[in-house]
Design a protein around this ligand. Structure first.
Ligand code: THU
Length: 127
């Protein structure tokens, strides 16, 4: 699965986002160390704080399927270039990253940009 293919799936799933309140759709697609792929979109609620981000929705699907070592995640919003994960999602993703770290794949103005989670989220909380 290439970075481009992961991004395509993130784009596709962003179309299913339930964004009644923010009108800001996001899609995310995770690649696990076993080569499996899980997608998620954000979904909001009239009780605003209950909103679930696309990234954490994708994480939940992976965990439910028994996958917990992630190599890469592509994140896409049609409303923003380089749609970085929020702080809460960075913390959640940091729990499940592969030995070599987690690639964060974003779509910029001129194609894909790749960051390491540890570079954009140093010193996360760990027990
Ligand atoms: N959102 C995500 O899905 N992922 C992020 O990393 C940033 C924010 C969603 C939450 C909410 O539904 C909308 O984007 C606007 O904040």
């Amino acid at each position: 699965m290439t970075n481009e293919e992961l991004m395509e799936k993130a784009k596709e799933v962003s179309k299913n986002a339930y964004v009644q309140y923010s009108n800001f759709p996001v899609g995310a697609c995770i690649l696990t160390e076993n080569g499996k792929v899980y997608a998620g979109c954000n979904f909001e609620n009239s009780s605003y704080g209950l909103t679930i981000c696309a990234e954490r929705n994708a994480v939940g699907s992976a965990i439910a399927d028994g996958e917990k070592v992630f190599k890469a995640i592509a994140i896409f919003s049609p409303k923003m270039h380089n749609c970085f994960p929020c702080g809460a999602c960075r913390q959640v993703l940091s729990e499940f990253q592969a030995q070599e770290g987690l690639d964060i794949i974003l779509e910029g103005e001129n194609g894909l940009n790749i960051f390491k989670l540890n570079d954009i989220f140093p010193e996360g909380f760990k027990l």
